[in-house]
Design a protein around this ligand. Structure first.
Ligand code: PAF
Length: 307
């Protein structure tokens, strides 16, 4: 595996390897990151993985200083996963003296994480654009767990006509359902046990919302503009009640939810009833740890198999 820490070394590695796939990371690598590398390798391109804890995407009271950093352990994970190139830029390489350019994102960046963490997606978009400029990948791989991040990156790639294909990989979960995340290691043992309620409550909510989709085929349409219709307002009310009940359940299990929302999967706008292309997003604190999760609410439940 090649290791580059300067733009010159990166250019030499790119010349040696040819067209690349990129997996951008902030290190603290776990099986979820390995699944991105595996998906990238399956496309047949050599895989570059960047490790850079990006100060620009952390707020002043967030965990930048204590974000887990263990380069040796990360490099061992990358070697075992068959990564061809590790790109490890210093902050002065990513943000050279006089650096004066940031990418401002609105649209899908405005709500949820964007509202809870002002400036976060500006930081993400700026560093991802820089990583694309530095490594010039054919494809880049992102985890679906950070669903809003993926929509922001896709929007940026489209708006700036960046020549890179964005691929996503489903969330990898622990055996009890908790979505894998570098921040899970901050959970105390008792919090870690309780954390499994987050995906469990989200799954129950998804089932409840899916059952609303089954009854009326018009609920599967993207037309969400019929507030005068009595059935629609009953659905809207049922969605609100289901979200509120799940919110209360989260609190009962010790979470402090930042948001729990049913949204359009691409625009991230909240929607009043489940339909094709809808998605649940949740962010909730357990102690000092902020956990994210997301599930698609795209289809009514499958009909039971005939006996
Ligand atoms: O998802 C992450 O780890 C980061 O937000 C990313 C995409 C590497 C940008 O710093």
């Amino acid at each position: 595996m090649l290791i580059a820490r300067t733009i010159e070394a990166l250019d030499a590695a790119r010349a040696a390897l040819g067209p690349l796939a990129l997996v951008p990371t902030m290190g603290a690598l776990h099986a979820g990151h390995v699944s991105l590398i595996t998906a990238a390798r399956a496309q047949g391109l050599p895989v570059a993985v960047s490790i850079f804890v990006n100060p620009l995407q952390f707020g002043p009271n967030e965990d930048f200083a204590r974000y887990p950093r263990d380069e040796e352990a990360d490099l061992a994970v990358l070697r075992a996963a068959g990564c061809a190139l590790a790109w490890l830029p210093e902050t002065s390489v990513m943000y050279p003296p006089g650096d004066a350019t940031m990418i401002e994102v609105v649209g899908p960046a405005l709500r949820w994480e964007g509202a809870a963490r002002p400036g976060h997606f500006r930081g993400v978009a700026t560093v991802v654009a820089k990583l694309f400029g530095q490594t010039r990948p054919e494809r880049a791989y992102f985890g679906e767990k950070d669903w809003q991040q993926v929509q922001v990156v896709r929007r940026m790639v489209h708006d700036l006509a960046l020549p890179v294909i964005i691929s996503t990989v489903p969330t990898l979960r622990e055996p009890d359902g908790l979505a894998m995340s570098s921040r899970n290691r901050y959970l105390a043992p008792e919090e870690r046990r309780r954390a499994a309620w987050l995906p469990a409550i989200l799954r129950d909510l998804r089932v409840e919302l899916q059952s609303m989709m089954g009854a009326d085929p018009s609920n599967d349409s993207a037309d969400d503009n019929a507030d005068n219709n009595a059935d629609d307002s009953a659905d809207n009310n049922a969605t609100k009640l289901a979200l509120a009940a799940a919110h209360t359940r989260l609190e009962a299990h010790g979470f402090k939810p930042d948001y729990l929302a049913l949204v359009d999967a691409v625009s991230l706008e909240p929607i009043a009833r489940p339909r094709a292309g809808s998605r649940l997003l949740v962010a909730a604190r357990l102690g000092t740890v902020r956990l994210l999760d997301t599930m698609s609410v795209d289809h009514p439940p499958a009909a039971p198999a005939a006996p």
